[in-house]
Structures are given as structure tokens and as C-alpha cells.
Design a protein around this ligand. Structure first.
Ligand SMILES: NC(=O)c1ccc[n+]([C@@H]2O[C@H](COP(=O)([O-])OP(=O)(O)OC[C@H]3O[C@@H](n4cnc5c(N)ncnc54)[C@H](OP(=O)(O)O)[C@@H]3O)[C@@H](O)[C@H]2O)c1
Length: 432
């Protein structure tokens, strides 16, 4: 049990993180490339992680890859380029196509990697011998792999924020101090800025938000936005769920809960600041009045490389600003009326227990309904709020994985019911 799941100060205190010591995570010899497992390798985070590894073969070696099984050709090509030992897919029915694609990529006669399949395949890989597990799976399905990696003593480079949010107390119960290195750009920025002072000197975490494609719009102006408009994020190229979550700012709400859990700072000392250029990735205000910001052109390869290489920085991981050209950065307060997702997330985060899991699961269902044209844009957060309210104030003591899963199942079903009821009563133009 630890207060600060992600702790940049361990770099300087000489404390050995689990993956660097003599435990199961110490699969890489000193000087040898660090062994990495990539979960969600075919996604936005995963493909960029593969880029980082291929660019730094002297530092990293990928031993295993996991995906759900919807992009078999890409997965087979990655396996071949990286020469992995094992490839895992969640969907068992994808195995014949995967074997065929692997044979195509490797050519006749070359031995193929081991193939694992099934809903637990990524969890099995998360505990396999390696130094660092990058969890780049989307959704709360990433919780079991997160717990498995931590229990096995791996360093966890965490992009899958949902696992921390839905299973906060479970993650806390098994994580060693500093075992998690955040990959989300805001939390990586906080991690880096937090090095500038002691824990006691931190006054506030300032989490920046681009504001999404609808920044500046009122609630009334948001009612009719379409999935195509919501998918056009101004700065980041990401998977569909996180892109819609960025448009509703649910993603920012999830990030506030993530920051609270990673750095053990209360919600009233975490503030969201809208910053359209996404150049400042987040900031820490210290008790003396200093504010330290981490900035750079938006590019996830930098936080990914820091997550894989920690406590060392990987040279040339991301682009840099040209300081000889004029540029300006803007900052605005958050419009909580147009984007009620952030205060709602703080509310569920403070409730704790199964409330964040309910919030996240209801949201995932509502995003799906929105993308399918069954729910208007503002209906996403309204429906999530209704599900959260019905769930009430859960008792957070003695939380188990099955409590979380049961709460998620209930929240998904209830969100679907409420979304269907809204869809049936909404005027046709609001559903378009
Ligand atoms: N994208 C970003 O810039 C960004 C930034 C910060 C944080 N994050 C976080 O990083 C995570 C990944 O986001 P993303 O944008 O990369 O998502 P994405 O593009 O949708 O990719 C998701 C990946 O997860 C795999 N996957 C899904 N279910 C799986 C399962 N049951 N077992 C194993 N693999 C599974 C998918 O495989 P298939 O391809 O086979 O479906 C895919 O490789 C999310 O938690 C997100 O919030 C992303």
C-alpha cells in the first residue's frame, strides 16, 4: 500500500523500483535492452510505442504483444518486425487469421511466435517475464492486466487510465511506491513537474485541457453536434473512445481522478485549465508561488518513451519548439455549465468505491450510443449523471474486483436503458 502510486522522487532517492531490482521484473541484464510487453499494440498508443522501440533498439526489446484481434495484419507485421516471443489476441475466433497473417509476414520455414488467445490472454502476458509492461488497452477491460503486471512486480507504464479509475483501491492495494509510470501526457507532465519540489511543497495540480473541438460553445450549442464533428479532435490523433471523451471533456474528468489516485492530492487542489494549443501538458503550483510547467509540441511518443525508459530520458523522443519563431499560448477557465463532466468526475472520485467504475462504464455505453446515432451529444453526460445518481453513495470498504465488475455490468445495462428511453422520446433532429 502506498500513498503516491507514481513517484518521480524515487529517481533521486535511490529507491529501487520493482522492475530494476532483483524481483521478477528484472528480466533485462544491465546494459542489455530492456524487455517490454506492449498491451494494445495496434492502437494509437501501441503503434507509437512500437515506433519508439524500433527507433531505440539498443534500449528496448519487445517480448510480447497483445491486441483484441481486429487488426490482424498490423499485429502480425509488428510481431515480425519486433521478433516477439508471444502474440496474444482477446478474440479466439481471430486465431486462424492471425496464424495465416503471421505466416505471410514471416515467410515459409521461419518459426512463428507463440499465440495466446482468449479474454485473459493480455492478463497472462502482463505477468510474463519482462521489465516494463505498457498498458495501452482501451477501457476498463485493462484492469485485470494492470493488476497482474503490478502483482508480478513489473514496472507499469500506464496509458490505460480506466484501470486506475475503476479499480483505484485495488491498484493501491498491490502497487509498490513508484511502480507506476504515467503515460497520459498530462500525468507525465505532472510527474516531471513534481520533481521540482517535495510532496509537502505541492499546493495545486493544474491539469491542462485543449477544450476539445467544441471549446467556447454553450450547452445549447452543443445539443446538435454529430459524431463526425466530435471525432475531429484539434490536436491529438487518438482512438474513438478517448476522442469522444475529449469532446465531452469526460476524458479530463477521468484524468482528474487519475491525478488524484497517482499523486494522492485531494480534488479541491486539482484544477482544470483550458489551453487550446496543448503545448503546456500540465503544471504544478508549489507553496512558494512557483508554478512549473512541462511543455512541448503535442506528441505522445515523448511520454511513451519516458514511461518505457524511466528513470532515464530517451534522447530525441519528441519534437521541440522553435523558440526563434513567435507563438502565443492561451489559458481559460473551464466552462462547467457547458462541460459538466469535470465536476461530475470530481464528485464520483470523492465518493470512491464503485462510483468511478459506474461513471466510466456508463460513459463507455453512452459513447457507443452516440457514435451509433442513438444518443445526442449532451445526452452522453446527462445519462451518465443519471446513472451515477441512481447508484448513490457506495460503501468503499473492502472493495473487490467482482464488486467493480458487478457495478460496471449494472451501470452499462442502466445506461443502455436510459439512452434507449431518451432516443425514443427525443425529436428526430436531436438524434441526427
Ligand atoms: N491515444 C492517445 O493519444 C492517448 C493519450 C493518453 C491516454 N490514452 C489512453 O490509452 C489507452 C489506449 O488508447 P488508444 O487511443 O491507443 O486506443 P485505441 O487506438 O482504440 O487502441 C486500443 C488498443 O487496445 C486493444 N484492445 C482492445 N481490447 C483488448 C483486449 N481485450 N485485450 C487486448 N487488447 C485489447 C486494441 O486492439 P485491436 O486493434 O485489435 O482492436 C488496440 O490495440 C486508453 O486508455 C486511452 O484513454 C490514449
Amino acid at each position: 500500500m502506498t500513498d503516491s502510486l507514481a513517484d518521480p522522487h524515487l529517481r533521486y532517492s535511490g529507491t529501487v523500483t520493482p522492475g530494476n531490482g532483483s524481483g521478477a521484473g528484472a528480466a533485462s541484464e544491465a546494459g542489455a535492452p530492456r524487455d517490454i510487453v506492449i498491451l494494445g499494440s495496434t492502437g494509437s498508443i501501441g503503434t507509437q510505442a512500437v515506433d519508439v522501440v524500433l527507433k531505440n533498439p539498443d534500449r528496448f526489446r519487445v517480448t510480447a504483444l497483445a491486441a483484441s484481434g481486429s487488426r490482424i495484419g498490423l499485429l502480425a507485421e509488428q510481431a515480425h518486425r519486433l521478433r516477439v516471443r508471444t502474440v496474444a489476441v482477446a478474440r479466439e475466433e481471430a486465431v486462424p487469421a492471425l496464424r495465416e497473417a503471421l505466416r505471410g509476414a514471416y515467410g515459409a520455414g521461419e518459426p512463428l511466435p507463440e499465440v495466446l488467445a482468449g479474454p485473459d490472454a493480455a492478463t497472462e502476458l502482463a505477468a510474463s517475464p519482462c521489465h516494463t509492461v505498457l498498458n495501452g488497452i482501451t477501457g476498463s477491460i485493462g484492469l485485470a492486466p494492470t493488476l497482474a503486471a503490478l502483482k508480478a512486480g513489473r514496472v507499469l507504464a500506464l496509458a490505460n487510465k480506466e484501470s486506475l479509475i475503476v479499480g483505484g483501491p485495488l491498484v493501491r492495494a498491490v502497487a509498490e511506491p513508484g511502480q507506476i509510470v504515467p503515460v497520459d501526457s498530462e500525468h507525465s507532465a505532472l510527474f516531471q513537474a513534481l520533481m521540482g519540489g517535495t510532496r509537502a511543497e505541492v499546493r495545486k495540480l493544474l491539469v491542462t485541457a485543449s477544450g476539445g473541438p467544441f471549446r467556447g460553445r454553450s450547452r445549447a450549442e452543443l445539443a446538435g453536434v454529430t459524431p463526425e464533428q466530435a471525432m475531429a479532435h484539434p490536436t491529438w490523433d487518438m482512438g474513438p473512445v478517448i476522442t469522444i471523451n475529449s469532446a465531452t471533456l469526460v476524458n479530463k474528468g477521468l484524468e482528474v481522478i487519475e491525478a488524484h489516485l497517482l499523486y494522492d492530492i485531494p480534488f479541491d487542489r486539482i484544477q482544470v485549465v483550458v489551453h487550446p494549443q496543448s503545448a503546456v501538458h500540465s503544471m504544478v503550483e508549489f507553496t512558494d508561488g512557483s508554478t512549473l510547467a512541462q511543455c512541448g509540441p503535442p506528441d505522445m511518443r515523448l511520454p511513451i518513451a519516458l514511461g518505457l525508459g524511466w528513470p532515464e530520458r530517451v534522447p530525441d523522443s519528441g519534437p521541440v519548439f522553435s523558440w526563434t519563431e513567435a507563438m502565443s499560448w492561451d489559458f481559460y477557465p473551464l466552462d462547467e455549465e457547458a462541460f459538466p463532466s469535470v465536476p461530475l468526475a470530481c464528485h464520483v472520485g470523492a465518493l470512491g468505491g464503485t462510483a468511478p467504475a459506474v461513471f466510466n462504464a456508463a460513459n463507455e455505453e453512452c459513447v457507443e450510443a452516440f457514435l451509433a446515432g442513438r444518443l445526442p451529444f449532451t445526452g452522453i453526460v446527462d445519462t451518465v449523471a443519471a446513472v451515477v445518481e441512481e447508484h448513490g453513495s457506495p460503501d468503499g470498504t473492502g472493495l473487490t474486483l467482482s464488486d467493480v465488475l458487478a457495478a460496471e455490468t449494472w451501470a452499462r445495462a442502466r445506461a443502455r436503458e436510459l439512452a434507449a428511453a431518451r432516443s425514443a422520446t427525443a425529436p428526430a433532429e436531436a438524434r441526427a
